[in-house]
Write a protein that binds this ligand. Structure first.
Ligand SMILES: Cc1cc2nc3c(=O)[nH]c(=O)nc-3n(C[C@H](O)[C@H](O)[C@H](O)COP(=O)(O)OP(=O)(O)OC[C@H]3O[C@@H](n4cnc5c(N)ncnc54)[C@H](O)[C@@H]3O)c2cc1C
Length: 298
């Protein structure tokens, strides 16, 4: 029986494992190995780690955990998680079953990538979804925003922090009102509502967007604002209040209303930065260790 099982070995889960390892707790991290930013060329906005490869960042975190003898990592998806008699039981895809006193879900979210032919050649290199992560690298450049209705409008306005040359592409009917279009005009944001047929560029660097009507726009980067969804269905296996938009309901130290169940990282739908996910993992670990210590004291 582990003190804690952590589902998800991204920044949130590994950060929690580090704190719990330092508290001499026995911990199993189960990770399916699909971190959200796997396509990204570089991690930004993490103090002291500016520009590191996201996969190197995670490998460094895993290497640092090796000195804690009671922390282990199972490179496998968790398919089932249950709670019975104050204990949790998780089942892995390969059939292994483990028990723990506390459970932390740090399973992240998945982005819905716009359906544009060839987009994956550019995703994470010059097509991004988070201006706070990648806006600075393309500051003052010719930027495109991909998004419909208010999502597109909101992102286009926010990109004005980084560039004055913004083209909002709605890839078909914009869903924008007359008032919305006036906002765009007042803020000098161009709007194109023709369908995009393809993207052109070299080596992951976007150069042109080709529209269905034959128009071509030279653009150096694109940001999109499509939806993302919670990656794992494990939350649904507990009667835990959560919504795709607002994340998981929880109290102090990321503790949910299910006794012993904690959550951390992007699943919370707070600021979606690695440094924040790591901090949330640390908070949850603090909560978990405090609860375990309290239970064990006479
Ligand atoms: C293209 C791109 C670029 C980005 N760039 C930056 C950046 O520069 N700076 C920044 O701060 N943020 C950036 N982000 C955001 C960053 O990726 C997230 O903030 C961060 O990954 C969240 O960490 P997490 O631990 O919550 O989730 P994740 O990193 O997604 O990790 C969750 C882990 O849980 C695993 N998992 C899920 N379900 C299960 C299961 N059932 N069983 C076992 N394992 C499971 C997944 O496989 C994954 O490994 C970027 C995102 C994208 C998409």
């Amino acid at each position: 029986m582990y003190d804690a099982i952590i589902v998800g070995g991204g920044p949130a889960g590994l950060s929690a494992a580090l704190i719990l390892g330092r508290c001499l707790r026995s911990v199993l991290v189960c990770d399916a190995g699909h971190p959200r930013n796997a396509s990204s060329h570089a991690l930004h906005a993490y103090l002291t780690r500016e520009g590191i490869s996201p996969l190197d960042f995670l490998q460094t975190a895993r290497d640092e955990l090796k000195k804690f003898e009671k922390v282990s990592i199972a490179q496998c998806e968790v398919t089932k998680a249950t709670r019975r008699d104050d204990q949790f039981e998780v089942t892995l895809l390969d059939g292994r079953i483990f028990q723990s006193r506390k459970l932390l879900l740090a399973t992240g979210v998945v982005d819905v990538i716009p359906k544009i032919h060839g987009i994956m050649d550019f995703f994470g290199k010059s097509i991004f979804n988070c201006p706070y992560c990648d806006g600075w690298e393309v500051r003052h450049q010719k930027l495109a925003v991909y998004g419909k209705a208010h999502r597109g409008l909101k992102l286009a306005k926010s990109l004005k922090t980084w560039s004055n040359d913004i083209l909002l592409c709605t890839d078909g009917a914009s869903g924008l009102s007359k008032e919305d279009c006036e906002v765009l005009e007042r803020n000098n944001i161009q709007l194109v509502d023709h369908k995009i047929i393809r993207l052109e560029g070299d080596d992951g660097r976007l150069k042109k967007i080709i529209f269905e009507n034959g128009d071509v726009s030279e653009r150096e980067a694109m940001f999109f604002n499509t939806e993302s969804y919670i990656r794992s269905r494990l939350l649904e296996q507990f009667e835990c209040n959560f919504s795709e938009e607002d994340g998981v309901e929880r109290g102090k130290y990321e503790k949910t209303e299910i006794p012993g169940l904690y959550v951390a990282g992007n699943i919370l739908r707070e600021v979606q930065l690695v440094i924040v996910a790591a901090a949330e993992g640390a908070q949850a670990a603090f909560g978990i260790n405090s609860a375990l210590a309290k239970e064990d004291l006479n």
